[in-house]
Design a protein. Structure first.
Length: 77
């Protein structure tokens, strides 16, 4: 059975394809083992502030500081 270029091939009816979801939690469990299962507080990075000062004239420092502070506050740290 051949199809012309403007026709779609016939759909084969049957079982749907098998979908495999591979949840690899090794990295998360290793991180939890290292930190004792607790979230760690994010710290302000001196180097991030240095480069933001040079590249954005200081305005990036404000956004970075707000981001880190909000991240800690949202997690109760």
């Amino acid at each position: 059975m051949t199809t012309t270029p403007d026709q779609q091939p016939a759909q084969v009816q049957g079982q749907p394809p098998t979908i495999i979801i591979n949840n690899n939690s090794a990295a998360a469990s290793a991180a939890a083992a290292v930190t004792g299962g607790a979230l760690r507080r994010r710290r302000q990075s001196l180097w991030a502030h240095f480069w933001l000062l040079l590249l954005t004239g200081g305005i990036g420092n404000i956004f970075y500081a707000v981001h880190v502070s909000r991240w800690n506050r949202d997690r109760g740290l």
